[in-house]
Design a protein around this ligand. Sequence first.
Ligand code: AMP
Length: 296
Amino acid sequence: MNTVATFDQVRELVGASVGLVPTMGFFHEGHLSLIEAARRSTETVVVSIFVNPLQFGDSADLAAYPRDVGRDAVLAGSSGADVLFIPDVDTMYPKGSRTIVTVEGASASMEGAYRPGHFAGVATVVAKLFAGIQPDVAYFGRKDAQQLAVVRTMAADLSFPVEIDGLPIVREPDGLALSSRNVHLAREDRASALNLHNALFAAGDAFEAGERSVNALLEIARATIDVGAGIDINYIEAADASDASTVDRIDGPVFVAIAARIGNVRLIDSILLDPATERADRGTYIDNPSILYGGA
Ligand code: AMP
């Protein structure tokens, strides 16, 4: 595996079909599942690590974001990456940059409402990665379901010739969705964090039992939250999986997303409801404690 820092270096190294996995690093099994999927279907696998200042409203959150590039390089290489792209801020945002990509509609609700400017930061950095690396396929996790809808919309609107592949959420053995931020969860907050996926799974169970009303499903999810658990729920909402637009009934693929602050950590999770299969996609589980916590 080669580690490089400029777009020219990446383009020199790539072959006929290029898979791109954009990340902010501090890898866990969710990231590795994306790299492995890219390895299975594309010739050259490029993994990018960039903690994108443009998508962080809060500078303390940006400063506290966990980082370990040495560990990430080992994990990326062993998962099948060919090129690890770690640009600096000047490479991604050359001096004098004035262009921001804003995806109307898909960016407005949920994460967009709680983190103003967040999706403009995401859409801009992903557009720049698409332009600079020119991948054939780009891999994203469904955990960030609204982000996936924003990226799909951006790529279609700007005519990027790239296929966007959304992959299942990878969960810890107790069900908590893997997130680099989980390392900051205090021991006593961990049990509270399980409220997130339990609420989504309750909605998933009701969907699989035949419920198609979004209001009814959201009520069921909200009713499962343990009000004594000390978690501050930002939202539990549902949206069309393709463009994050509002839906009342589940007639096509819809995601239900939840965001909450637990202690100092803000976590998000989601579940995909697909009426074609009548299934709620809860994702997959790892068997052992995550590599996030220092395991092999
Ligand atoms: P991040 O480094 O958090 O920006 O995430 C990079 C990519 O990994 C995004 O496409 C995320 O949706 C994806 N991802 C993060 N957590 C998970 C997870 N638990 N399962 C699957 N994909 C994930």
